[in-house]
Unconditional design. Structure first.
Length: 336
């Protein structure tokens, strides 16, 4: 049971020994084996755009990854990531989960491609994993890495175009949603959750029948083009309902929400919705923001949410629900 969340400075005390072990070994990363803690913090935490940690079922940090632009300016649509897994957690799928999570996060941030600049050719496990997740070998750099035992070895450049349909939800225990697993361990200010959905005409028709909202802007092309749109559009509240996946999975009890609909969503658009918890107060009262971005990186909607998070007793109940088979969590048959 692995949960991935945003890095917090308090995590560094646990994360640094994991990084240090890998850096000192010097056989996979092009960091100096003698790198200092201050230098490592700057390289792994301060320089990247975002940093995440992976936690196991005991809330122990077992891995981390960063994401940043690979190049500035004209090359800034390509991102670069680095991943590290604690030795005790290797072979348990942690790197695979972080790879999936990083691709989702990259798309949310507007990146269109992901590039690994220096994959050491002797790191066969990593190469197999990256290829499994759709990365191609774009080039081979002869003798580009000085291996501590093998001497000069080749390094690979690996590359992937980020397509919405390629992004899959990470697998979890007993079909449980990763948001629910994270809620059990306790949510914090700054935690962010991203869901992705492609909206179809069938979605709009179903939503219209449920709500009896038959505004012709959703059904009649003459009406929608007359309003200045280039086609039929989805209901705003249908798009805004993406926040419900987050709320339902973590047990958020809503007390209020406000929406601003910035741009229309057309049939076939893929929307990335990121909810960030901004405040947690007494009695688990909380606030969050939601930002919804389309496949072109344009913001289509934003929202402010208030509600209450599950308390300690309710989190234990969620854990019991999962142990019983998670029958309240109807994930089977749903599209990711």
């Amino acid at each position: 049971m692995i949960v991935i969340r945003s890095f917090e400075e308090a995590d560094w005390k646990t994360l640094w020994p994991i990084l240090e072990t890998v850096f000192r070994r010097g056989d996979t990363y092009a960091f100096p084996p003698e790198i200092s803690e201050v230098e490592a913090h700057k390289a792994w935490i301060e320089t990247p755009l975002k940093v995440f940690v992976a936690m196991d079922s005991r809330a122990a940090i077992v891995g981390s990854y960063y994401i940043k632009s690979n190049q500035p300016g004209p090359g800034s649509h390509v991102c670069n990531c680095g991943y590290i897994v604690a030795e005790k957690a290797r072979g348990k799928g942690v790197a695979s989960l972080m790879c999936l999570h990083s691709q989702q996060e990259a798309q949310h941030l507007g990146f269109r491609y992901m590039q690994y600049n220096l994959v050491v050719s002797t790191n066969e496990a990593a190469i197999r994993l990256w290829r499994k997740h759709g990365f191609e070998i774009a080039g081979r750099l002869p003798n580009a890495f000085d291996h501590p035992r093998l001497g000069l070895v080749d390094a690979l450049v690996m590359y992937k175009e980020l397509l919405p349909e390629d992004i899959q939800s990470p697998p979890t225990d007993r079909g449980s949603h990763p948001f629910r697993l994270q809620a059990i361990q306790g949510l914090r200010e700054g935690d962010a959750f991203t869901v992705t959905r492609r909206f179809t005409q069938a979605d709009t028709a179903l939503f219209g029948d449920m709500t009896r909202d038959y505004n012709p802007v959703h059904y009649d092309l003459r009406w929608s083009t007359g309003k200045g749109f280039r086609g039929l559009i989805c209901h705003g509240l249908l798009v805004g309902s993406m926040i419900c996946e987050f709320g339902g999975q973590v047990g958020w009890l809503a007390t209020g929400m406000t929406f601003q609909f910035v741009k229309p969503v057309y049939f076939g658009d893929t929307i990335h919705c990121t909810i960030t918890i901004t405040e947690i107060g007494e009695k688990e009262r909380a606030a969050a923001t939601a930002v919804l971005i389309n496949q072109d990186g344009k913001q289509v909607c934003r929202a402010h949410l208030t509600g209450r998070l599950p308390d300690a007793m309710e989190r234990r109940l969620l854990q019991k629900i999962i142990a019983e088979g998670n029958l309240t969590n109807r994930l089977s048959g749903l599209e990711p």
